[in-house]
Unconditional design. Structure first.
Length: 122
């Protein structure tokens, strides 16, 4: 958009009907979210839900929108689902995993604090 010096673009549906207008600010807004806010949402909505106990065994770091999950998880088969949920968090640019399987049986999943309302975005 900047290269073509266009400030706004029309958004059309599959038959070409105008559905709205998108601006540069609309497109950049998602990248302007604070890393600490992203980390807190990932901890609350993904880590606490999928890797329930102990949550402290999975560390969440965010740098420039790139989320890195490190530590130990009892059920590493949940990593693909976690990747999808983390990518659905507003402001996330990419996700990296450095999780190792910990010993012991998998713990039952705990319900997210808000009933999972944000998890439906995945």
């Amino acid at each position: 958009m900047a290269h073509a010096k266009v400030k706004r673009l029309p958004v059309v549906d599959h038959v070409g009907m105008l559905q709205g207008i998108v601006s540069r600010a609309d497109l950049l807004k998602v990248f302007l979210r604070d890393d600490d806010e992203i980390a807190e949402e990932v901890r609350r909505e993904v880590v606490a839900y999928l890797f329930a106990a102990p949550v402290s065994a999975v560390r969440v770091d965010v740098r420039n929108g790139v989320v890195t999950l490190t530590g130990h998880a009892r059920d590493t088969s949940l990593v693909p689902m976690a990747a999808r949920l983390v990518r659905a968090v507003e402001g996330v640019v990419d996700v990296e995993f450095e999780l190792m399987r910990s010993e012991g049986p998998a713990e039952p999943m705990a319900a997210p604090a808000n009933g999972g309302e944000n998890l439906s975005r995945a």
